[in-house]
Design a protein around this ligand. Structure first.
Ligand code: BGP
Length: 478
């Protein structure tokens, strides 16, 4: 393909989240957060949807992989040097809320936590890497879950706003690109991560969930406004888990069902954050599910004034929907459900591989919003094998990323304004859905295993050298 498809200054890089790589969960004055108390292994998924799971550490029963992560807290210098060697222009990372406000509701921030991110940002700038910072990536301070009930509670708005203002003020000369909430719409499928509470009763799925979203929308808009005031010229994005949704066939019943599912998952949150108002389609949904939002005076104005500058999204897979699904048709791997798509191959975790779906997503999002797009997560979770000579021949990962970059090039030709691309888990880290290390995404291998063993040594995979060339040629050499 011709190289000039990617604009000059395109933001190539990689993405991580504090809770999945930092470790040092009790160091530097950090408080406990949700992933610190989530067990690793297959049990994780079961537990995060169990309303009676009590979010306590029970070391005699479970392991807690996020607690050590890959020890980025102590090894960030070496890791950033490797990112620089690949030529990263940007590095998407998150700040752990519980390092800055250990319980989430203190009056004053924890200086040791703030100083840690100063060191990380300084290190990045030394190599000319621009940080892209998510303020909240699936790691609410545990105290806010237990004592406040997460985003269900309106008090969280003020607590989040204080946290956001503290980090904007502290890092105003170091961070230009910000993202408010990671995959905000994931609250629909994994509420404990995004919304900070377990769905205990059927009605929580509706009333409590959408009230919690409302609080997050106000908080996100307040953060956007504060960022623009405190850091002139800053760019703030939202972040959506984007899963283009196909109809299983041409049966209009299925087409309509796919449309409804897609609007709820892909567009509800984005419409509020990008357009600054609740979309018209949600009114009927609220009515049918007896949802009555408690909206205070001024909330809608804040939402209108705090729209984002760019749309950040993750893309891993598409989904195929059918109104009446039989059990054998259900697609097990896809986190958002759907039926198996006969045209697509799957990863070892059942995630359907669909690069054309990325081109479709980019076009859909740009058609709808006409604002710059930023793919802040995309990648291939796979088992990697270290060969006898120490190399890791991850051609499957290269194939996946190459085909998705090609799709991006096509979308740019289609007229889409795409700012950048940060691959998920550019260094191996703890998987969010499984809590395991063996689901690896990185260009950099980390010697750490599901049972917690390993030296934490870092190794360059084959994909490391490949991605380095991609960046050096601005997407020309694939
Ligand atoms: C996204 C999350 C990330 C990340 C990624 C891959 O939903 O924002 O935190 O983990 O998915 O998912 P997993 O680790 O489950 O493979």
């Amino acid at each position: 393909m011709s190289g000039n498809r990617f604009p000059k200054g395109f933001l190539w890089g990689g993405a991580t989240a504090a809770n999945q790589l930092e470790g040092a969960y009790r160091e530097g004055g950090k408080g406990l957060n949700v992933p610190d108390v989530l067990p690793g292994g297959k049990i994780r998924h079961q537990l995060i949807s169990d309303p009676h799971f009590d979010l306590e550490i029970k070391e005699e029963v479970y392991t807690y992989p996020n607690q050590e992560g890959i020890d980025f807290y102590h090894r960030y210098k070496g890791d950033i040097a490797l990112f620089a060697e690949m030529g990263f222009k940007v590095y998407r990372m998150s700040i752990a809320w519980s390092r800055i406000f250990p319980n989430g509701d203190e009056e004053t921030p924890n200086e040791e936590g703030l100083a840690f991110y100063d060191r990380v940002f300084d290190e990045l700038h030394q190599y000319g890497i621009e940080p892209v910072v998510t303020i909240s990536h699936y790691e609410m301070p545990l105290h806010l879950v237990k004592a406040y009930g997460g985003w269900r509670n309106r008090e969280l708005i003020a607590l989040f706003e204080r946290y956001a203002k503290v980090v904007f003020t502290r890092y105003k000369s170091k961070v230009k690109y910000w993202i408010t909430f990671n995959e905000i719409n994931s609250g629909l499928v994994m509420p404990i991560y995004g919304l900070g509470f377990m769905v205990e009763k059927e009605e929580d799925k509706y009333q409590a969930t959408f009230q919690a979203f409302h609080h997050q929308f106000v908080a996100s808009a307040l953060a956007v406004k504060a960022c623009h005031e405190i850091i002139p010229g800053s760019k703030v994005g939202n972040m959506i888990l984007y899963v283009p949704t196909y109809s299983y066939d041409a049966n209009p019943e299925n087409v309509l069902f796919a449309l409804e599912e897609e609007r709820l998952l892909n567009y509800f949150c984005g419409d509020v954050q990008v357009r600054g108002e609740y979309p018209s389609f949600i009114k009927r949904y609220f009515k049918e599910h007896h949802i009555q939002l408690d909206i205070e005076k001024g909330d809608l104005e804040i939402i209108r004034e705090g729209t984002v500058d760019f749309i950040g999204f993750s893309y891993y897979m598409s989904r195929t929907e059918k109104k009446d699904k039989s059990s054998e048709q259900v697609s097990e791997g896809n986190i958002v459900g759907g039926v198996k798509n006969p045209f697509l191959a799957r990863s070892d975790w059942g995630w359907e591989i669909d690069p054309i779906g990325l081109r479709i997503s980019l076009n859909q999002l740009y058609d709808r919003y006409q604002k710059p797009l930023f793919i802040v997560e995309n990648g291939f979770g796979a088992y990697d094998k270290v060969e006898k000579d120490g190399s890791i021949q991850d051609d499957y990962r290269i194939d996946y990323i190459r085909s998705h970059i090609q799709a991006m090039g096509e979308a740019i030709e289609d007229g889409v304004d795409l700012m950048g691309y940060t691959t998920w888990g550019c260094i191996d880290l703890v998987s969010n859905s499984t809590g395991e290390m063996s689901k690896r995404y990185g260009f950099i291998y980390v010697d750490k295993h599901d049972d917690g063993s390993g030296t934490l040594e870092r190794k360059r995979k084959k994909s490391f050298f490949w991605y380095k060339d991609v960046i050096a040629t601005n997407g020309e050499k694939l």
